[in-house]
Design a protein around this ligand. Structure first.
Ligand code: GDP
Length: 233
């Protein structure tokens, strides 16, 4: 993959592989969903991994996860998506999972302004516990509830820009932008590692199979200005 491939979002053709036994993935990525209870983290994950949407609220106990396998061009990536509980009493359990995450999806509910404000604390907490994250997203969920909207798209964009996050608005209920969220995230991670390959490989080893995603000295990606405030809705 060349540097020119970076950010050609419109060319993003990510294939979801359903064969659990597929071998030979090049990357193993870990992404964590973060945010207050009931903003829709579990629903986003379940909607993407083809489980039906439930109106009933069932809180996540501690941590749950799903695995998806995605193929971009000839590159296969396995992605572990961790769904962490937003409740205070589970914060210490969840923090163990932050450490090895390659990226976070900070989720708020567009009908609940406090859920966006709380992300300041979540960002501080996750920053304290990670040494491997490179790309992070901000997601304003529940855009099907437009009539009850309390957080404008511009407020979301500003928050994203301040914290160097890629911004998207979604609805787990109608599936709007959900596939795009997880696949664009994976695309950005593949791009990051493909482009920065030389930085993380040992000088004496030009082996493509080296697992660069396990390196702990990764540097967060600086987003381009236009991407900082991009709205995908
Ligand atoms: P979590 O605690 O962040 O994992 O939140 P859940 O995924 O359990 O969702 C909490 C509640 O919000 C549930 O009643 C869901 O049905 C509802 N919910 C989640 N996403 C959406 C959405 O996009 N639109 C609407 N209208 N409701 C949603």
């Amino acid at each position: 993959m060349s540097k020119n491939d970076e950010d050609k979002e419109e060319d993003l053709h990510m294939e979801k592989i359903t064969d659990d036994n597929i071998k030979g993935h090049k990357y193993l990525f870990r992404i964590c969903l973060i945010g207050n209870a009931s903003v829709g983290k579990t629903s986003l994950l379940k909607t993407y991994t083809s489980n039906p949407f439930h109106n009933k609220y069932m809180p996540t106990v501690g941590v749950d996860f799903q695995v998806v396998t995605l193929k971009y061009k000839e590159i296969i990536a396995k992605v572990h998506i961790w769904d962490t509980a937003g409740e205070e009493r589970f914060k210490s359990i969840s923090s163990n999972y932050y450490r090895s995450s390659h990226g976070f999806i900070y989720v708020y509910d567009i009908t609940d302004g406090d859920s966006l404000n709380s992300l300041e604390n979540w960002i501080t907490l996750t920053n304290e516990h990670t040494n491997s994250n490179v790309i992070n997203f901000l997601v304003g969920n529940k855009i099907d509830l437009e009539n009850d909207r309390k957080v404008s798209t511009n407020q979301g964009k500003e928050f994203a820009s301040k914290h160097n996050l890629i911004f998207l608005e979604t609805s787990a209920k109608t599936n709007e932008n959900v596939q795009r969220l997880f696949e664009y995230f994976t695309f950005k991670l593949i791009n990051y590692f493909e482009i920065n390959k030389s930085k993380y490989m040992r000088d004496d080893d030009d082996n493509d199979d080296q697992d660069m995603t396990s390196f702990s000295n990764l540097k967060p990606l600086e987003l381009e200005n236009d991407e900082k405030s991009k709205c995908g809705c």
